[in-house]
Design a binder for this molecule. Structure first.
Ligand SMILES: [Zn+2]
Length: 177
């Protein structure tokens, strides 16, 4: 007889939620001179919101492999989760559903993006598009975003979950199809 060990997650969201309460209330576009004060370790992949988007990313890959297209809504991904844990489509801080852009959000003006990313914060590649993201800048005036590189024939789907300052996020717009 053997037993299956489950991985238990501590509800880290509670601690984060308390820490974020003040900053969410005061979340306004920061003057450019203050953007360098952001915390580099906010790109940590241990964040529960980032983890949700990474799981969604895995399910998207799985879905695309089976259907050769993206779902019309995130909920369609439920049967495609890579692990045994159910997918969570809600940000643990804002308690709102993630936004989903099947055709992607792009950032045509890359020049202005440079100054909006504080030192130490990972910048997405210029051609990467936002597929899903936080519905609000609930993480210290930033949003977790699921980025995807354009899919090219014969190449693997490449995704990345990054924390994006709100001012930089606002430069992303729906792709022109
Ligand atoms: Zn979030």
């Amino acid at each position: 007889m053997f037993e299956i060990k489950k991985r238990h997650h501590r509800p880290a969201g509670i601690i984060l939620a308390l820490a974020m309460l003040v900053s969410v209330a005061a979340c306004q576009p920061a003057p450019k001179s203050q953007t360098s004060a952001r915390i580099p370790e906010m790109n940590s992949l241990d964040d529960p919101c980032s983890e949700n988007l990474q799981n969604i990313s895995g399910a998207l890959w799985n879905y695309y492999r089976a259907n050769h297209q993206f779902p019309t809504q995130l909920g369609d991904l439920r049967p495609y989760a890579l692990g045994s844990a159910p997918l969570d489509f809600i940000c643990p801080i804002s308690h709102k559903s993630y936004l989903y852009y099947p055709t992607g959000l792009t950032c045509p003006d890359q020049q202005n993006q440079n100054m909006l990313f504080p030192q130490g914060m990972v910048r997405p590649d210029a051609d990467q598009e936002i597929i899903a993201c936080d519905p609000a800048p609930s993480h210290d005036c930033s949003r977790w975003c699921l980025f995807m590189s354009p899919i090219r024939p014969g190449s693997a789907m490449t995704t990345q979950v990054l924390l994006i300052p709100e001012l930089a996020f606002r430069n992303y717009h729906p792709s022109v199809q």
